[in-house]
Design a protein around this ligand. Structure first.
Ligand code: PA5
Length: 443
């Protein structure tokens, strides 16, 4: 199991222990469904409720896409995108894009921005591809995703014919509502339902994440097993001091109460970049409301030690770091020795690259702690499906607890509506006439 190390968190045990009662209340409220946002608690026991039959159903659909497509576009944004990308990038060969010999479809992402160049370049690239689309949207009405899907659906039908396109377009959406559901039903697409009681950012273990991850060729049963094992290890019956989620939620809130307003999630493996993006969305949307919430930031080390490293070492002391540390890489690469030793690196000859990375990690922790930056570490044995499943559930449950510790509803996101209202008013969307008038008066 993954582990949490808080020995360098630079906060007294008493300050962490002060949260024990409140954590217990939060755990109870989650378990009994009495907290704010209690209609969105479907994620809590999701891993242990996923059946082998359901996994097989998703796998069967994934196999069809794998057989019929050389490229699969996952259209979605926020919670309907980041979890799948996080897992796929963490598990894929870093050069998959260049080395893929057609044994598995390339997975590309769309519907997560409105960049005209991005969509132009994507649709141009797809012109000679046998591509399929997974259209993911819980509401079924999200503009970014709907725009991309309209373009991709048309292109797929033009290139493959309507009949074949029907077989390679899959919808993951609400059971009844939204344009994505209407289209899927009308066109007869294979579709999967996003449960009503699972919010977007907690949905990676529903078909939202599982289907794209399976299409990419990864073992979704192992991912779910990892999450289910973590669910069992962090439940209400596991004592405060032994419960990773409780400890993480309490420690980060003790630090927050001590003036540490920014948490930086750190990795030393470039493959984890999108795991951090997923984590930022999970914590940012869950906690940032009512004028409260730790600001979630992230860095990729050692890359960002050559940019953000200076700020972290000596900037304003309002930050703490949580490092996701992977014990063993999947591959071994030794530094060769060199007779001339012109670069002076013979002291590393025969050592694994990871040994250098680990010493960079340790050296950075020592330096940052000396610089007054509290450090937590999440220790992960390997980057595989099982451990990623654990990591995902660990962060989800800790997030639910943590949001309740600051007395916000961790499961809504009212703030994300503000920009949409203005954008629709500016674009003259029918039904927004009053807002359009009001906004024009301000410009
Ligand atoms: O976590 C959330 O609820 C959001 O980030 C949504 O996932 C995001 O806005 C996309 O919404 P939808 O799935 O309805 O298209």
């Amino acid at each position: 199991m993954i582990k949490l190390d808080i020995t360098k968190a630079l906060i007294s045990a008493d300050k962490i222990a002060a949260f024990e009662c409140k954590v217990a209340e939060a755990q109870k409220a989650l378990e009994e469904g009495t907290c704010a946002g209690n209609d969105f608690l479907g994620w809590l026991h999701l891993p242990s409720s996923i059946t082998p039959e359901f996994i097989a159903e998703i796998q069967a659909c994934a196999n069809t896409l794998r057989e019929m497509c050389d490229t699969v576009i996952v259209a979605g944004i926020g919670g309907s995108y980041l979890g799948a990308r996080a897992v796929i990038e963490a598990l894929s060969n870093s050069f998959q894009w260049l080395t893929n010999k057609g044994e598995t479809p390339n997975i590309l992402f769309a519907g997560n921005n409105i960049g005209e160049d991005y969509l132009y370049e994507l649709t141009t690239y797809l012109k000679d591809k046998k591509f399929g689309v997974i259209n993911i949207s819980k509401s079924g009405t999200t503009t970014e995703t709907a725009l991309a899907f309209r373009l991709l659906k048309k292109q797929c039908e033009e290139q493959r014919g309507k009949e074949e396109a029907r077989k390679v377009i899959v919808a993951v959406t609400d059971a009844k509502k939204g344009a994505a559901r209407t289209t899927a039903d009308k066109e007869g697409y294979t579709s999967f339902i996003i449960p009503d009681n699972v919010g977007g950012r907690f949905s990676v273990l529903t078909p939202v994440g599982l289907l794209p991850i399976a299409v990419a060729g990864f073992d979704i049963a192992a991912l779910v097993k990892g999450a289910a094992d973590m669910e069992a290890q962090t439940g209400i019956d596991v004592p405060f001091t032994e419960n990773m989620c409780a400890q993480y939620a309490a420690t980060r809130n003790a630090l927050y109460a001590d003036g540490k307003k920014i948490e930086i999630l750190v990795n030393y493996q470039p493959k984890l970049h999108f795991m951090s993006e997923w984590w930022k969305q999970l914590y940012g949307e869950s906690e940032g409301k009512d004028g409260k919430g730790i600001f979630p930031a992230s860095v990729d080390f050692t890359t960002d030690l050559h940019s953000m490293g200076q700020w972290i070492q000596e900037g304003e002391r309002t930050i703490f770091e949580t490092v996701v540390s992977i014990a063993t890489p999947e591959h071994t690469l030794l530094f060769p020795s060199d007779e001339e030793n012109l670069d002076g690196l013979n002291f590393l000859a025969g050592k694994r690259v990871d040994e250098v990375n680990k010493n960079a990690e340790l050296g950075t922790q020592l330096a940052h702690v000396d610089g007054g930056v509290p450090n937590m570490r999440i220790l992960v044995d390997r980057l595989d499906e099982y451990h990623l499943g654990q990591l995902i559930y660990f962060f989800e449950r800790a997030c639910g607890i943590s949001g309740l510790l600051i007395d916000v509803n961790p499961f809504n996101q009212p703030g994300v509506e503000a920009y949409k209202k203005n954008m629709f008013a500016l674009l003259g969307k029918p039904g927004y006439e009053k807002e359009t008038e009001a906004i024009k008066a301000r410009l």
